[in-house]
Design a protein around this ligand. Structure first.
Ligand code: PAF
Length: 284
């Protein structure tokens, strides 16, 4: 596995690979790698891509400095895992090259209006601007044929898809299924901050989504069931929503067909999100 830090070396490496006829698969991460990230690497390898993984804890997507400080950092373990999973090149860019103005605000921002302002975006202003800006830069420097993102961050996936469409980036965005622990908890780098009791509370998120899926609609019944399940477990509910998967607009009880149920909640100080596909039927 090649290791790269400097932006020029990173750009050249990618150019060389493309020049040699390889298709690059980009797996963008903030480190603290887990099986969810492994599934992205595996998907890129299954497609025969030359896999470039980036690890960069992007301060622009944290609107809470405490959250940024608390974000887990496990560089040695990440490098070992990337190598063992067959990542071809690991890029760990430095702040001075990613955001030269930092810690002052970066003048250039990519913003996906609408999609980035609801759900997670409503409670975390600027979060998706930070995500869209960093993903745009990673994609511009890397020039991948495909970029892999987990469906766990469903809104992020929608924002990235829209940004790629609107900016005309020549990259296929590949969404990969959520990876869960045996007890149903969706894998997240934040899960390491959950003690045993908190973890039990956190399971109410996937349980709530399971209930919503079993209901088969309408949307309002799903919302109510999800919220009640999480509240009963002592989770501070951020949202329990049923939305159109592409526009992320909340659906009413007239909506039928495939939709996405999304939940967010704070469990003993740790903010968690989860989602699943659901099927809506018309209400009585
Ligand atoms: O999903 C993440 O880990 C981050 O939001 C991403 C896509 C690497 C951008 O910093």
């Amino acid at each position: 596995m090649q290791r790269v830090v400097g932006i020029e070396q990173w750009r050249r490496l990618a150019e060389d690979q493309r020049g040699a006829g390889r298709r690059i698969g980009l797996v963008a991460t903030m480190g603290a790698l887990h099986r969810g990230h492994q599934s992205l690497i595996a998907a890129a390898r299954a497609n025969g891509d030359y896999v470039i993984m980036t690890i960069f804890v992007n301060p622009r997507q944290f609107n809470d400095p405490t959250d940024l400080r608390a974000y887990p950092r496990t560089p040695e373990a990440d490098r070992a895992l990337a190598e063992s999973m067959g990542v071809d090149a690991l890029v760990e860019p430095v702040m001075a090259e990613m955001w030269p103005a930092y810690p002052d605000p970066t003048p250039t921002t990519v913003s996906v209006a609408g999609l980035g302002d609801v759900l997670e975006g409503a409670g975390r202003p600027g979060h998706f601007d930070g995500v869209a800006s960093v993903v745009a830069k990673l994609a511009i420097v890397t020039g991948p044929s495909r970029a892999y993102f987990g469906e766990k961050d469903f809104q992020q996936l929608a924002v990235v898809r829209r940004m790629v469409l609107d900016l005309g980036l020549d990259v296929e965005v590949v969404g990969c299924p959520i990876v869960r622990d045996d007890d149903g908890l969706a894998l997240s780098s934040r899960n390491v901050r959950l003690g045993p009791e908190s973890r039990l509370r956190a399971l109410s998120l996937s349980r709530a989504l399971g209930l919503a899926g079993d209901l088969d609609g309408p949307a309002s019944a799903m919302r109510a069931a999800m919220r009640a399940t999480m509240e009963a477990a002592g989770v501070v509910v951020g949202y329990a929503e049923v939305v159109d998967p592409a526009t992320l607009r909340a659906l009413d009880d007239d909506a039928v067909g495939r939709a996405r149920a999304l939940v967010a909640g704070v469990v003993d100080g740790v903010r968690l999100i989860d989602n699943r596909e659901v099927e809506l039927r018309r209400g009585p």
